[in-house]
Design a protein around this ligand. Structure first.
Ligand code: COA
Length: 202
């Protein structure tokens, strides 16, 4: 799974990640940036996830966070992460402030298969507008491009959520189009904007 080609074009030198544990696909490593620590979720994070992600201003901007966010949903979500990591199908990280270890959001690559991965993220509303999502995504992609064999990373956001598009542009993804609601490729009832990053080949 280790990718020999490091594509530096995605990195932002201001937030270049530092792996704090050896890169091994057996153990999901913690990643550190200037202000953030990205670590695997723990079951004890569930109440915080329910509080922050269950906020309608966060959940309704995504197509996969339930709202209302019922008791037990966060535990179920977190409980699946270790298997998903081991199978190589996802790399999900809790985004924490390095100064206080406080959990402020999540970032992850999901549905990893055949070199393709979907990028997703959220940041708790009290922490918006401080560059945390961009910093976390930059760290995740920096790690993924050096440690996971990927040829493409894709993402989408609702058209009414331009802040998410800015995070993707900050990370170096390219806008590739839109899907209108009700079409085969868009199960939502809303227009979505599509982005991708193509990893440089051999
Ligand atoms: C989208 C989200 C992750 C952004 O988190 P954040 O930590 O505030 O993001 P950042 O501070 O790194 O960057 C936000 C960028 O969007 C810009 N922005 C904010 N509101 C905007 C708006 N209404 N229109 C255009 N750009 C906007 C900011 O100026 C910033 O741009 P900059 O990097 O040039 O300064 C956060 O708002 C969130 O979690 N929303 C709900 C869940 C969600 O949308 N997840 C993504 C689903 S696709």
């Amino acid at each position: 799974m280790f990718h020999p080609d490091l594509d530096d074009s995605l990195y932002n030198s201001a937030t270049r990640y530092e792996p704090t544990e050896p890169d091994t696909m057996d153990t999901q490593p913690t990643l550190a940036t200037e202000r953030l620590l990205l670590r695997p979720f723990q079951i004890t994070d569930a109440a915080r996830v329910q509080l922050l992600a269950g906020n309608p201003n966060v959940a309704t901007m995504t197509s996969n966070i339930p709202h209302p966010y019922a008791d037990g949903e966060a535990e179920n979500w977190i409980a699946a992460h270790a298997d998903d990591w081991q199978r190589g199908s996802a790399a999900i990280y809790a985004v924490c402030l390095r100064s206080s270890t406080e959990l402020i959001g999540a970032v992850g690559l999901m549905n990893i298969h055949d070199g393709d991965a979907e990028l997703g993220y959220w940041v708790g509303e009290p922490y918006w507008g401080q560059g945390f999502a961009s910093e976390a995504v930059d760290a995740l992609l920096g790690f993924a491009l050096t440690s996971i064999e990927l040829s493409r990373i894709h993402a989408h956001h609702f058209a009414r959520n331009p802040a998410s598009g800015k995070v993707l542009k900050n990370a170096g993804l390219r806008r590739i189009g839109r899907h209108m609601p009700g079409t085969e490729n868009n199960p939502t009832t809303e227009e979505v904007v599509l982005y991708e990053y193509l990893v440089a080949g051999d």
